[in-house]
Structures are given as C-alpha cells and as structure tokens.
Design a protein around this ligand. Structure first.
Ligand code: UDX
Length: 433
C-alpha cells in the first residue's frame, strides 16, 4: 500500500520504518529539513534499538523515503498523522497546534476516499473536531493510538498488545483499509478493538494515567517503608504475585519521566477540568506531585550523606536519560537530580552511555565524563539515576578502588544492596532499609 507518515519524530520515524518493514511503500514527511536529510540517509535522529537497521533496509529496498514537502504525500492511500502534542508552554494542557497544522496542510493534498489515521496522543474530543474538517475533502478518519515504549518502539509497533481503531459515528468506514495496512498483525490474532473516537482517544490517555498511578503508588509505599524500616522491593514482589496487581511497573525509585507519562497525565487533568470533571481526575495531580517529590527525596539522600553540606563535594551521577535504552532527556528525573545537586554547590560529574549529547546541549554547565569510571574517579558519593545494564552490572569491589568515599545512593533500587555493602560501600536505596 502507498502510505504517508506526517511528522517524523519519535513516533513517526519509527512508524514509517515499521510500515516499510511490513512491505508498504512509505513516504515520511517532516517540516524539519535537517531531520528529513538525516532520515533519508538512514541516520536515526534518536537512539532507538533496531531503528537504524529498519531505516536502512527500507531505504535500500526502495520502500522508504522522506520529504519536507507535504505534496509528496499526495499519492498515498493512507496517511498517518504522528506529530507531537507537547505540554503547553503556559499551562498543563496539550498543545495540539502541530496536529491542527498537519491536518490543514494535508487536507490540500488528499485524494478522494483517502484514509487519514490519527496516531498522536490528543485530548478527548479532538478526533471528532478534525473529522469535521476532513469531511469536505471526501476523506475518512480513524483514530488509532500508539502504545510504543521507547527502547522497544519497533517491536511495539509491529507486534503490539492490541490495535484500537476509533471510527466515525457514520460507521466503520476505513476499517478494512487499516486492516490491510496491519495485515500481518491482524492475521496473527492481535486483539483489535473498533470503537468510537472518544473511546480510542481515552484508551491512550487512560493507559498512561494508569501506569503513572501504579508507579506513584509504589513510590508512596516507598515513603512508608522508609519511615517504618520495611523494604519496598520485597513488598512489590509480594503484592505483585497477586495476578490482579502484577509486578510490572512497581519499581520504586526516583520516579517516571519522558515525553509521555508526565505531559499526558497533566493534559488529561486539564481536559477533565474543561469537561467539568476536575474532581474525578484530581488524584492524577497527586500522582504527579508524588512523582516530583521523588527527585527531592533522592537529592536529600545525597545531601544527608554529606551531613547537610554538599557544597564543594564530588558527586558522580550515573545516568541522564529518563530510562535505559534511550537517549531521551525530556522530563528526565536523572537530569533534574544532576542539575539540583549542582545548584546546591556539589561538584557533579555525570555519565550516560547515550544521552550525553542531548544533555550537553540543554545543560552545558554540567560536567560530563567520558566513561562511568571517569565519573566515579575520586567521587565522594555516587548516585545511580538511570538503571542502564552497564551500571546494574558494575563490580562493587572494582568501583570501591576508584572512588574516594564509597557511598552509593541507588535511585532505582537496581543494585544488590548486600553485595555492595559486603564490598565496603555505604549503600542507600529508596524505600529500602
Ligand atoms: C510510556 C508507555 O509505557 C507507553 O505505552 C506509551 O506509549 C508512552 O509512554 P515510555 O515513556 O517509553 O512509554 O516509558 P516507560 O517504559 O513507560 O517508562 C516511563 C517512566 O517510568 C520511566 O522514567 C521509567 O524509568 C519509569 N518507571 C517505569 C518507574 O519509575 N518504575 C517502573 O516500575 C516502571
């Protein structure tokens, strides 16, 4: 099938490459010419395992190209809109101006009967409004939210847990076409739910709200564990055995960040307030607050290790990305902790296997080490904030010989506390005795 993908950021670049890997003829459109040039050469603008290979394969096979001209989308039968919906600069709501602009530009180039598929995460009610705008152009709209996780984005796109198609009240127009796009996924029996627009939009926001709530729940338990001498990790293991609860997303620590969960819960609250349902979603504000307090708590643990006097002390910060297998620093708890510690006068040296170029652009004032070992050299405290495998597998005895004061503060509860203590370290986790 001939497909266009409008917006080649995280979601769009991955979607374009994944659709080409399914055998479709794909053009990715983005207004950023540098990004288009890089993508056309098979260079991924983000660190995402498997993406460079998928881009190069698609380009080499002649099935994938990129352009900054919307007119190059005109020949496609199916158009995926995958532009970003960041948090408003002055407010908690989502900025849907990129979605509006993409639809307005695309409208000029649609062939009669074309199918437009919305993938961006939008406030509930947006799809119905956009569908009205398309009606005059003779095009159809399906809202098809994306649930990809960074670091597993290609896999999540070609082998998702479920497909959700939000269709117009007029009927399931376009469902057969979208089934054809996703033919291998549909043939494999991937659960596919055909809903109205509002439900499809809400599936995405509700899923992210639930995940964020689960993380803040266990982080609240971490506070209680800390005050009572309990161990939140064992607590999570034990309640996680209950199949109704499940162990996933119950890792306590410095909390969630990234380009999705934080902004999506804020946008959801803002939308609920517009709908007069502020009370129903007020708990999500608390979820956000619990999450942000984790960063303060971790900084406090470091400050406490210096008896309240962190100024001039050497601190190694391991990790800057919001999670491992990603170079994304959007709303990253790790970067926030590094910046706060520096703000308190500590001599911070950071290291991250992938996120340092992004971090350096945003925070040139921070000191960056070439390796983890460099970051650790002569450190008086080490803070683990992103649980990269390289850090999880660090040898406590070897690290002991590099630092000048063996204090390990594990903001992700990712290390074996006993092994680190046995090697002579003062170890502190979050919510662990
Ligand atoms: C998330 C959703 O998982 C995905 O379905 C949606 O499409 C986009 O948002 P992502 O932002 O890639 O994906 O990251 P995710 O793996 O969900 O992690 C989010 C944050 O939560 C990270 O900062 C991570 O470190 C943190 N986290 C996750 C915890 O603190 N504890 C956990 O137990 C799990």
């Amino acid at each position: 099938m001939r497909i266009s993908v409008i917006g080649c950021g995280y979601l769009g670049a991955v979607h374009a490459a994944a659709m080409a890997s399914l055998g479709h003829d794909v053009v990715g459109i983005d207004v950023d010419e540098d990004r288009v040039r890089a993508l056309a050469e098979g260079v991924s603008p983000i660190f995402e395992p498997g993406l460079p290979e998928a881009l190069r394969e698609g380009i080499a096979a002649g099935r994938l190209r990129f352009s900054s001209e919307m007119s190059d989308a005109a020949a496609a039968d199916v158009h995926f809109v995958a532009v970003g919906t960041p948090q408003l600069a002055h407010g908690a709501g989502a900025d849907v101006s990129y979605v509006d602009a993409a639809f307005a530009a695309l409208r000029e180039h649609l062939r009669p009967g074309a199918l437009v598929v919305g993938k961006s995460t939008v406030p509930v009610g947006t799809a119905a409004r956009l569908a009205e705008g398309l009606a005059g152009a003779g095009a159809r709209l399906i809202w098809n939210p994306e649930f990809l996780r960074e670091g597993r984005a290609i896999r999540d796109t070609v082998a998702p847990d479920r497909l959700v198609y939000g269709v117009s009240p007029a009927g399931d127009d376009g469902v057969a076409t979208l089934d054809e796009v996703y033919a291998p996924l549909v043939a494999r029996g991937t659960p596919r739910l055909v809903t109205d627009y509002a439900t499809a939009e809400l599936v995405k926001t509700a899923a992210n709200a639930f995940l964020a709530t689960k993380i803040s729940f266990i982080n609240a338990m971490a506070d209680v564990a800390e005050a009572t001498g309990a161990d939140v990790t064992t607590l999570a293991d034990a309640i996680g055995h209950d199949a109704r609860i499940g162990r996933k997303f119950l890792n306590a620590g410095v909390g969630f960040g990234g380009g999705c969960l934080p902004k999506d819960i804020r946008a959801f609250v803002a939308r609920a307030e517009e709908l007069g349902l502020g009370d129903s979603l007020a708990f999500l504000k608390e979820v956000d607050r619990i999450n942000l307090r984790r960063r303060e708590r971790l900084v406090d643990l470091v400050v406490d290790s210096f008896e309240g006097e962190p100024a001039g002390r050497r601190v190694a910060v391991l990790g800057l990305a919001f999670k491992p297998e990603s170079d994304d620093i959007r709303d990253s708890p790790a970067l926030d902790v590094a910046v706060r510690l520096r703000g308190l006068g500590a001599k911070v040296r950071c290291y991250d296997p992938e996120a340092m170029p992004n971090a350096r652009r945003m925070h040139p004032q921070l000191k960056y080490a070439a390796t983890a070992e460099h970051a650790l050299r002569d450190a008086e405290a080490v803070v683990l904030v992103t649980e990269w495998r390289e850090f999880r597998e660090m040898d406590p005895a070897g690290a002991f010989g590099i630092v000048s004061r063996p204090v390990m503060i594990d903001g992700r509860n990712a290390l074996d506390a006993e092994a680190w203590r046995a090697a002579g370290w003062a170890y502190a986790g979050m919510g662990r005795p």
